[in-house]
Design a protein around this ligand. Structure first.
Ligand SMILES: C[S@@+](CC[C@H](N)C(=O)[O-])C[C@H]1O[C@@H](n2cnc3c(N)ncnc32)[C@H](O)[C@@H]1O
Length: 336
């Protein structure tokens, strides 16, 4: 394995901060906590993990280990290898690979040794760099029923756009900030994407490469010298339904004009906490984006997000009360 090092100019540093956000490895425990809620969706399906090196990805490992239990049809993984050398292309002799696993080496539910599977080297080399936009990766995407991965955050918008273009079911992990992207929010508003089941608050730990500069708070190095970092605002994004998202949110507050201020230039009231949503108001309400963790589409309708509601005279800006800008707000209405 060859290691290359480069002088760090500004350009490299810029790439560094981008690549830093892209190289976060999801832990098996987080994948398990989410994926077991969708057993009925996975049965008989082809799963694609298209930002995943099958030799290291815990997504691939999860579906490989539970292939029979989940009753999967096929499992496909493709990995990305940056072909333009920079500080982060450490193993330049490696190539982007893909793996198609159909479970034929297993007669029963018994999990076969993953290390033994890895040693069989069942990977094929991709022609290109494994970019999810590339024609060969799109061909594999077309074969998939459900895409499950942690895509590069710097490409999150285009990643989601591609899933929508190819009409795929998906279960992907990302950052909650993506909700405020106009096109991602549109999917949420139209009930074509929602938050997954298992993460609603707190932070999550991700593995990071050895080169990752651990200057931030909340990092850890384990007994084997592997680096981990805690990330806030992590959420699963999916279009696979699960029963808990249809559970009614219990509300106890009554509306009064004194308790709930009105926005300066938009006809809606401000509700600073999800628990304070009044049970008796039919008009528009602005709620924190964490409302989406509790959103039941049978109970509420999403009208928009502060800066992108069409009839907002200050389109592109957050709502204000007495001239003071609010935190990001989602506009909702009770369903009759
Ligand atoms: C956040 S990491 C997650 C890795 C893995 N899915 C996991 O959860 O452990 C995103 C991965 O996407 C890869 N990647 C970056 N650009 C990509 C692209 N254009 N197409 C496919 N994968 C890409 C990165 O190399 C990185 O390994």
């Amino acid at each position: 394995m060859r290691i290359y090092s480069y002088n760090m100019g500004n350009e490299t540093l810029n790439k560094a901060s981008k690549a830093k956000n892209d190289e976060f490895y999801t832990q098996l425990s987080d994948i398990e906590k989410e994926c077991w809620h969708y057993e009925e969706h996975f049965k008989g399906k082809t799963i694609l993990c298209n930002c995943d090196d099958p030799r290291v990805s815990r997504f691939f490992y999860f579906f490989y280990a539970n292939f029979r239990t989940l009753g999967l049809k096929r499992l496909i993984a493709t990995c990305y290898k940056n072909l333009n050398p920079d500080l982060f292309s450490q193993n330049l002799d490696e190539q982007a690979v893909y793996c198609i696993y159909d479970g034929t080496d297993r007669a029963d539910d018994v999990f076969k040794d993953y290390d033994a599977f890895i040693k069989q080297n069942k990977w094929e080399v991709l022609k290109g760099d494994g970019d999810f936009h590339s024609p060969e990766c799109i061909e594999l995407l077309k074969q998939a029923d459900i895409v499950c991965t942690n895509p590069p955050f710097s490409l999150f918008r285009e990643y989601i756009a591609q899933l929508v273009e190819y009409d795929k079911k998906f279960l992907i992990i990302g950052n909650m900030n993506a909700i405020t992207y106009k096109d991602c929010f549109k999917l949420i508003k139209e009930n074509k994407m929602w938050m997954g089941r298992s993460i609603h608050s707190g932070d999550r730990e991700f593995g990071v490469p050895d080169y990752y500069p651990l200057t931030a708070a909340g990092y850890r190095i384990d007994d084997n010298g592997k680096k981990f970092i805690r990330v806030k605002g992590v959420r699963w994004f999916t279009n696979l339904d699960y029963k808990e998202r249809h559970e009614k949110l219990d509300l106890y507050r009554k509306y009064t004009a004194e308790k709930y201020p009105h926005y300066d230039s938009y006809d809606a009231i401000e509700v600073g906490k999800v628990a304070d949503i009044p049970e008796d108001l039919d008009g528009a309400m602005g709620v924190p984006i964490t409302f989406l963790d509790k959103y039941n589409p049978d109970q509420f309708e999403i009208i928009g997000i502060d800066r992108y509601v069409e009839d907002n005279p200050h389109y592109g800006h957050r709502f204000k009360i007495n001239g003071k800008e609010m935190y990001a707000r989602i506009l909702i209405k009770r369903k009759k």
